[in-house]
Design a protein around this ligand. Structure first.
Ligand code: PLP
Length: 419
């Protein structure tokens, strides 16, 4: 699908007068409309809830927008729990799907009433020790192992993933948890990442629903919810078509009618923990071309670098680029688009066909709304950018200021003073 930025060159130039490049900007309208489509697609399930994966875009303003659309949060750490709590999410709207979790984090999650999603069978004892008891509502993360395929295509490799309990461990865990006083059980699994197919959730649902029926029979527990987790992807490249969330919701409904309803489990709530699908397309990284270099290749240096968006450097991820104001010009130049890190993998694009870029041009790097700013770091003494929100009325709100050198030096208290 053709990639069209949600801001124009004129808008971006106007914004850049107040908030210098590089910056991340999010599209409130796009975020809200997408969240509404998700809820609509799953409206057949009475208990449906999306627990937004905070790690994708950990910004309170974004969390509050999603809260208004009916979402909860899915947290992976203490600070994400703190942020959720501060944003007004109560425990019943917080999922804690962590792994390799410290005692203090389980304790805090339990204290605020978040639903703990156990990543291992040994965590039963660990949580009991940490919290003094097992919470009444508890979830376990399932990992069936092997490879996860759709129509002979390997989507991912759960057998190699560090997460979750094996199938026999699921039975044992549910029995033990029941003896320890748990009353409401959930099952969770995350078997493939960034799937651009409408088949993933329905296939996963079928596996989890079948497992839920078996577990209920084997252990006699009450299964209250099934968490399909994240993994519904987005088309980063223009040659792909986006997922149809209505087809996905319908596919899950069919599996539900086929497996859960006949087993007398038609009251199970469906949960999701989407991150990328909720936010990625609704974020741009906006950056300016500041250097051109003609050596063994043609380079354009921009004022953003991998600390603003790590995915290309980290796993060669493709992010589409639009040169603002040149949307309709022919892509007759081949460039590497580089950042300034002293790392040769600091390239937003390699051998990319783009219109001729002139110094001062603004570039939109697409699909940076999830796992974009969030993965930022401070290598090379680089500072994190601002995050902005394009509101529905067209105004722009700064929802996180850019870091300053003082922020960078703040953790050196005691040492810095003496220099
Ligand atoms: C990262 C993560 C998600 C969100 O994944 P997306 O691919 O962004 O949808 C959901 N649940 C858990 C446990 C995760 O670690």
């Amino acid at each position: 699908m053709k990639k069209v930025p949600f801001i124009t060159k004129e808008q971006a130039e106007e914004i850049a007068k107040k908030y210098p490049t590089p910056f991340h900007i999010y599209d409130e309208k796009g975020i809200r409309e997408n969240a509404r489509r998700l809820y609509d697609a799953f409206s057949w399930n009475k208990g449906f809830k999306e627990f937004f994966a905070v790690k994708a875009t950990p910004n309170p303003t974004i969390l509050k927008i999603l809260k208004e659309e009916g979402c909860g949060t899915d947290c992976s750490s203490y600070t994400e729990l703190l942020m959720s709590k501060r944003c007004g999410f109560d425990g019943s709207n917080i999922m804690f799907s962590s792994n390799d979790t410290p005692t203090s984090e389980f304790r805090y999650a339990n204290e605020i009433g978040a639903t703990i999603n156990l990543d291992d069978i040994t965590h039963i004892d660990f949580v009991k020790q940490a919290c003094g008891k097992i919470p009444e509502r508890i979830s376990c993360r399932y990992n069936p192992g092997g490879k996860f395929s759709i129509a002979n295509t390997i989507m991912d490799n759960p057998g190699d993933a560090k997460y979750g309990l094996t199938r026999p461990q699921m039975t044992e865990a549910f029995k033990t948890l029941k003896e320890l006083g748990a009353k409401e059980f959930g099952i969770h699994a995350f078997l493939a990442s960034n799937t651009v197919t409408n088949e993933y959730y329905p296939m996963l649902a079928k596996i989890l629903f079948t497992t839920a029926v078996e577990l209920a029979k084997e252990t006699g527990v009450h299964i209250g919810f099934i968490n399909l987790s994240g993994g519904v992807g987005i088309p980063y490249t223009p040659d792909k078509e986006p997922n149809d969330i209505y087809a996905i919701g319908e596919g899950v409904r069919k599996a539900y009618e086929e497996v859960l309803v006949p087993a007398g489990m038609g009251d199970v709530a469906i949960y999701t923990e989407l991150g990328r699908f909720m936010l990625a397309p609704y974020g741009h990284l906006v950056t300016r071309a500041i250097h051109e270099k003609h050596t063994h290749k043609e380079y354009i240096g921009v004022d953003a670098c991998a600390v603003n968006l790590m995915r290309p450097a980290m796993y060669g991820a493709y992010h589409h680029i639009t040169v603002l104001g040149k949307e309709n010009e022919p892509c007759d130049h081949i460039y590497d688009i580089t950042g300034s890190l002293c790392e040769n993998n600091d390239k937003f694009a390699i051998d990319r066909a783009l219109p001729k870029i002139d110094m001062g041009d603004l570039l939109v790097i697409h699909d940076t709304g999830a796992h974009g700013f969030a993965m930022g770091y401070n290598y090379n003494g680089k500072l994190k950018s601002a995050e902005l929100l394009l509101r529905e009325d067209g105004s722009v709100l700064q929802i996180r200021r850019a870091e300053t050198p003082d922020d960078y030096f703040a953790t050196l208290e005691g040492f810095w003073d003496k220099i």
